[in-house]
Design a protein around this ligand. Structure first.
Ligand SMILES: Nc1ncnc2c1ncn2[C@@H]1O[C@H](COP(=O)(O)OP(=O)(O)OP(=O)(O)O)[C@@H](O)[C@H]1O
Ligand SMILES: [Mg+2]
Length: 292
């Protein structure tokens, strides 16, 4: 298993704050005792159901899903259109509530939480990346990444410092003052990833993050996600593309609101996005626009 360098390195400045207590306690516990107790899952859901009411019609989007995701996992969620992938992501992301079933996020029972507490845990523990990059068009990359920090109680200096560090983490250290329109699609999605990570979440949720990107740029994004996962970040990614799912460590397949397959990808069979990217000869302008 990978050590959680992502958490350790990026949270070192605020190691006494409440934000990172959970993941760090697990690591500390293992170090102190020398034993390897099973780590607490980042996500534990049991018999989760979601039924939407559309007029008289009931749409059973999730029909009883049970799933555990552990620290450092990289899960690709696949399945046909309408099989419940985004519904599951919305529930995991605390953007919606289930009709029934239970959900623990880093050991905390989400179903018992008030709306305020839910918003708080969502802001501190979960980063979101979507198919559309959802960047503010009139704000620089740096400003876009600073946004989630505005109400987190950091000084202005600290906000900028953290946003810069996170942009460096995704290879955009030299693009902080570019507007979204002055960035390639892949770079825009990397800004969106940096924005999702700037609060040091325990979990990154990505719903079709490469859906709007060509295959070369998709590889670039998968290389960034693999590197982040290598540093310990837990990732759940939805994709309909088997080539993209091949970069995860585990594949979960949905059909009609149920999990029909859940298998690890053995490390020997695992594809490396950076290596695949390097085998492509990039056109000159892509090289020039790349910052790392
Ligand atoms: N807000 C909603 N109100 C009513 N029905 C909904 C709502 N959101 C989703 N559904 C329905 O729930 C089912 C699952 O939808 P969901 O968006 O989770 O599918 P998906 O697997 O993400 O599909 P896609 O690959 O097309 O994104 C679909 O039948 C959809 O029509
Ligand atoms: Mg969807």
């Amino acid at each position: 298993m990978t050590t959680n360098n992502y958490q350790a390195s990026s949270q070192s400045e605020e190691s006494n704050s409440a934000a990172g207590e959970h993941t760090k306690n697990i690591d500390a516990g293992q170090r102190e005792t020398g034993a390897r107790p099973a780590p607490e899952p980042v996500i534990a859901i049991r018999d989760l159901k979601k039924t939407y009411l559309l007029g008289e019609t009931r749409v059973r989007a999730l029909r009883g899903v049970t799933l555990e995701v552990y620290p450092g996992e990289f899960v690709a969620v696949m399945g046909p259109s309408g099989s419940g992938k985004s519904t599951l992501m919305n529930l995991i992301g605390c953007l919606d509530r289930p009709t029934s079933g239970e959900y623990w996020l880093t050991g905390k029972a989400v179903s018992a939480m008030s709306a305020d507490k839910l918003a708080d845990i969502r802001n501190r523990r979960i980063g979101f990346v979507f198919q559309g990059f959802n960047l503010l068009p009139r704000a620089t990359a740096l400003k876009n990444v600073v946004l989630p920090l505005l109400y987190a109680g950091y000084s202005r200096e600290e906000q900028i410092h953290r946003a810069r560090k996170t942009l460096e983490l995704v290879g955009l250290g030299a693009r902080t003052h570019h507007m979204p329109a002055q960035l390639s699609g892949g770079q825009q999605q990397r800004v969106a990833i940096a924005r999702a990570l700037v609060n040091d979440p325990s979990l990154l949720l990505a719903d079709e993050p490469t859906g709007n990107l060509d295959s070369r740029t998709s590889l670039e994004i998968m290389a960034v996600l693999q590197a982040l996962n290598q540093r310990g970040l837990t990732i759940v990614l939805v994709t309909h593309d088997a080539n993209i799912a091949a970069y995860a460590r585990r594949q979960v397949v949905f059909r009609d609101g149920r999990i029909v397959q859940d298998e690890p990808i053995p490390s020997a069979a695992r594809r490396l996005a950076q290596a695949d990217f390097d085998t492509l000869t990039p056109p000159r302008d892509t090289l020039e626009r790349s910052s790392s």
